[in-house]
Each structure stands twice: as structure tokens, then as C-alpha cells.
Design a protein around this ligand. Structure first.
Ligand code: FEO
Length: 389
């Protein structure tokens, strides 16, 4: 399998996971890549590795450039096993290679693997390693998104290898964003932020502010496509918006339904937003995965959640969405809870509890016993429209 030269003497040697459908709860319809980079200099450096089941692919790409036994340094920017999983296999080729990682990276790797014979070199922000014609420096990015996360930067190449941040779960033949459909890559980058980095927005903001000070013409993340040229500014600008929690005048209506009443309520809520010229989308949980809904939630001011009452609580699909969103913690939103019920109506309280936990302003809580009539739904649209101002 071939390596791809991304800069003179620097090669992408990662693996493409065409079959990946799920990444701890995140639906990855487009698969993913685990990007590793090989730097040929006086010292041979491998930046990150791949998931262990794709080790052979990594090694075969490295072998098109050098014998893996010649690797002097393996940089582990992040311990999570989609990037560290092949380190033990690579170490069998080059047992004397140094493992360069953050202090938490060393701790993490020691908990994951038998590292008894590994030589660690622990780095902190600002540390530099000369590898010949090039210097590599490091930025610790604690909790973006693990305590060990860091970025590797090469000044001479204006190249940043920041691991997960700026990544996208996309398997593709192309290696650069400008070779693929920009809108699709951006949508996947947004989904990645919404599902992985959102709870760590403040830490991401700190990391991006350090990164923005660097002289950069390429950002090569550990998943998906590489940003170069003008695309570097575009992804940094997008991150500035996402990690600052800048919302649009937009509503997302998320619901499930048993006999269609909650669906009718969702449509009536839709009409109220539409009448106020507020961008609005309906996401039925029977059809749309919670990780895809989060992409829309990321920049939506209004979050409307509907569930009928089933067995004294919400439908399990709605509970799953709310618990997922609760963990990802989008901030400063306006919530609307809605749903039909037969006798108890407890689903509304359950939705409200999550809004309360997230400290959302609640604009309305709307419920109907069994089946709302046409005039009930029309009044509901009218009342909500008035509340929207
Ligand atoms: Fe791509 Fe946090 O691993």
C-alpha cells in the first residue's frame, strides 16, 4: 500500500477504516481514517499510529519509504487506542526508538500496554526536539479530549499534527480537504466537534488560541482529510464559532411518537418557528441517529424535545438522546418540552429535568391528553408564535 507525501520528506502512512460504522456511540456512516505521519530526516520520526487491527496497513505503507527498524522516535500525541494501538507492533521493529509523549501520555500508555522496555521522553508545551533539518515542538492540550492530548508542530514546514482536534470521521482515497467536497468535509468536522469536543469547548478554545499564533500552512489531524492553504483559516474560523458556543436563530425539534399525537405536536411547533422565519428542522428519533442530531444542536438556539409518556417515563429513544446531549452539554439554550399522554404525563417532567440540569431557559411545556384536536394544534402554534416574540 502506498504512502502519500504531504510535504517534502513527510508522508501520510495511516490506515483507512472503510467499514467503521460506530465510534463509541457516534454513527460513522462515512467510515474513518487513522492518520500517522512519517518524517524522514537525520532522525526518522513516526507521529502516531493506527488502530491495532490495521497495523499491517500502517507497516506496509511505512515499508514503501523506509525499513520500520530505522524509526528513531515515535510521537504519541494521544493514548486512545485508535492512535496508539499499533505502537507495540512498531516497537518490535525498532525496540530502541524513543516514545515522545505528554506527562499524562506516559501514564496512559503505561496503563494500556506492557511498556517495561520502552524508553519514554516526556515533553511539555514549548519543548523542542531537533531531528536534523527540522525541529519539532509540542503544545499540551489537556482534555482536548483526553488528559494526555497534545499537538506536534514543525516550524520549518509550517505543519501542525494536532491529533483528534480538527478531525473528521471520513474514509476516502483523497488525503486533502481540497481534493474532496468541501461542504461534506465541513459537515463531518462539525459532527466531530459536536460529538467529541463539545464538552471541552473551553479547553478547545485555549488550544485554538495557541494554534492561531503559529505560522501555519497545513493542519494534519489524526482522522479524515488534511487542511492546507486557505482551508486552514476556514477550519480555524469554524472552531472559533463552535467552541465559543455561538448559536444561530435556529430550532431543532427532536421527538419520538407512539400513535402520532406527539408527531402532530412537533409539526405545530414547526409551524410556529416557520411563521417567525426561524430556521427549523424536525428530527424523528425513529429515523435519525442521536450523533447526527447533535450536529444540528451544535448551533441551534432552541432545543425542542417531545416524547409521549410510556411506562411512567419517556420513550427510550428520547431518553437516549437526552442523556447523550446531557453528557455533551451544549450551553445557554432555550428548551421546549412537549408530548401527549394518556393518564400520567411523566415524560414532560423527565424532559424538564434535563433542561434544568443543563440550565436552559424553558420557553414552554406543552402537553395534550391522548389526541390533540385540530383547533388545539392551531392554538398551540399561535401561542408558541406569540412566545417567540
Ligand atoms: Fe481519535 Fe481520541 O481518539
Amino acid at each position: 500500500m502506498r504512502a502519500v507525501e504531504v510535504k517534502k520528506g513527510i508522508y501520510w502512512v495511516g490506515a483507512i477504516d472503510w467499514e467503521l460504522t460506530e465510534f463509541h456511540g457516534y454513527l460513522t456512516q462515512r467510515g474513518s481514517t487513522y492518520n500517522a505521519y512519517l518524517i524522514i530526516d537525520e532522525k526518522i520520526v513516526l507521529v502516531d499510529t493506527v488502530k491495532s487491527h490495521l497495523t499491517d496497513e500502517l507497516i506496509s505503507r511505512i515499508k514503501t519509504i523506509i525499513d520500520p527498524s530505522k524509526i528513531d522516535i515515535i510521537i504519541s500525541n494521544h493514548t486512545e487506542m485508535d492512535h496508539s494501538g499499533s505502537i507495540p507492533a512498531i516497537m518490535k521493529y525498532c525496540p530502541n526508538a524513543e516514545i515522545v509523549c505528554s506527562p499524562m501520555g506516559e501514564k496512559g500508555l503505561k496503563k494500556h500496554f506492557d511498556t517495561t522496555s520502552w524508553k519514554f521522553r516526556v515533553v511539555n508545551t514549548g519543548d523542542k526536539i531537533n531531528i536534523g533539518k527540522r525541529d519539532l515542538s509540542f503544545i499540551l492540550m489537556q482534555m482536548v479530549h483526553w488528559p494526555d492530548s497534545m499537538a506536534t508542530y514543525c516550524l520549518q514546514e509550517k505543519l501542525l499534527m494536532p491529533n483528534d482536534i480538527f478531525g473528521q470521521h471520513m474514509a476516502s482515497y483523497e488525503r486533502f480537504v481540497d481534493e474532496d467536497r468541501f461542504d461534506v468535509v465541513m459537515e463531518e468536522a462539525k459532527k466531530y466537534f459536536a460529538n467529541i469536543l463539545l464538552p471541552y469547548s473551553r479547553q478547545s478554545q485555549d488550544a485554538v488560541s495557541q494554534i492561531e499564533k503559529l505560522d501555519l500552512d497545513m493542519i494534519a489531524p489524526s482522522h479524515g482529510l488534511i487542511w492546507r492553504g486557505d482551508d486552514v483559516k476556514k477550519i480555524l474560523k469554524a472552531y472559533d464559532k463552535w467552541d465559543s458556543n455561538i448559536c444561530e436563530n435556529k430550532a431543532v425539534i427532536v421527538y419520538d411518537t407512539m400513535w402520532g399525537s406527539t408527531k402532530e405536536m412537533a409539526m405545530s411547533i414547526y409551524k410556529a418557528f416557520e411563521a417567525k422565519n426561524i430556521n427549523v428542522e424536525i428530527k424523528c428519533l425513529k429515523k435519525t441517529h442521536i450523533s447526527d442530531i447533535m450536529t444540528d444542536v451544535l448551533d441551534a438556539k432552541y432545543i425542542c424535545v417531545g416524547s409521549p409518556t410510556l411506562n411512567n417515563t419517556m420513550m427510550p429513544t428520547v431518553a437516549s438522546f437526552l442523556y447523550y446531549m446531557k453528557g455533551l452539554r451544549p450551553q445557554n439554550r432555550i428548551g421546549i418540552a412537549f408530548g401527549s399522554y394518556g393518564w400520567g404525563g411523566q415524560s414532560l417532567n423527565e424532559i424538564e429535568k434535563v433542561f434544568e440540569f443543563l440550565k436552559y431557559q424553558t420557553l414552554d411545556t406543552i402537553k395534550f391528553e391522548y389526541i390533540p384536536r385540530k383547533d388545539d394544534l392551531e392554538k398551540m402554534t399561535k401561542d408558541l408564535k406569540n412566545k417567540l416574540g
